[in-house]
Write a protein that binds this ligand. Structure first.
Ligand code: ADP
Length: 162
C-alpha cells in the first residue's frame, strides 16, 4: 500500500492544509495526517480538538476522501513512518521562504531513514495562509471565513467568546 503522511501542528487546520491533504489523497492509497504533540509548544486547541477539526473538515470537503486517517505523532517523524509503514512525506510549499528549512528537513529525513519528501505547490488562493495568522486575525475579530473549514470557524468563535 502506498502511504503518505502530512505532518504538522494543525493548530488549527486551515483550507491551505486541507487542500494539500485532499490532493495527496488522490495520489496515495492512504494519507495519514500526523498531528504533532510537542509539549514545549503552547497551542490554542487541544490535540483532540485539532484531530476532530481535521476529521470533520475532511468529511465535509466536496471530495470527502475515505482514505485519510488522522493520528498523533511525537518524536521523530521518520520513526512514525517506520512504525506506520509510510514511505513518503507530503508537504505544502507556500513560498520560497518555506523552501530552505523544508529542503534541510527533507534531506535529513532521507538520510536518517530513506523516507522521501514530496513538495506540493500550494493553491495560490491559500498561499498567504498560516495557522498563526488565522489565530491572530480571529483574536482581533477579523473575518476568517473562507480561510478555514466551517468547524474551525465555529471553534475560533467559541474560543474568543469564552
Ligand atoms: P508546523 O507545525 O510545522 O508549523 P503547520 O501545522 O502550520 O506546521 O503546517 C503543517 C504543514 O502544512 C506545513 O509544513 C506545510 O507543509 C503545510 N502548510 C501549512 N500552511 C499551508 C498552506 N497555506 N498551504 C499549503 N500547505 C500549507
Amino acid at each position: 500500500m502506498r502511504r503518505a503522511v502530512c505532518p504538522g501542528s494543525f493548530d488549527p487546520i486551515t483550507n491551505g492544509h486541507l487542500d494539500i491533504i485532499v490532493r495527496a489523497s488522490r495520489l496515495f492509497d492512504e494519507v495519514v495526517v500526523a498531528v504533532g504533540i510537542n509539549k514545549t509548544k503552547a497551542t490554542l486547541f487541544t490535540i483532540d480538538e485539532r484531530m476532530d477539526f481535521i476529521r470533520q473538515a475532511v468529511r465535509s470537503h466536496p471530495d470527502s476522501p475515505t482514505n485519510v486517517i488522522v493520528d498523533t505523532s511525537h518524536g521523530l517523524l521518520v520513526d512514525f513512518c517506520r512504525v506506520r509503514g509510510v514511505q513518503s512525506i507530503v508537504k505544502g510549499l507556500r513560498a520560497v521562504s518555506d523552501f530552505d528549512y523544508e529542503l534541510q528537513m527533507a534531506q535529513m529525513n532521507n538520510s536518517l531513514a530513506g523516507v522521501e519528501t514530496l513538495f506540493m505547490s500550494t493553491n495560490p488562493q491559500y498561499a498567504f495562509l498560516s495557522s498563526s495568522l488565522v489565530k491572530e486575525v480571529a483574536r482581533y475579530g477579523g473575518d476568517v471565513s473562507g480561510l478555514v473549514p466551517d468547524i474551525v470557524l465555529k471553534g475560533l468563535r467559541d474560543r474568543s467568546a469564552s
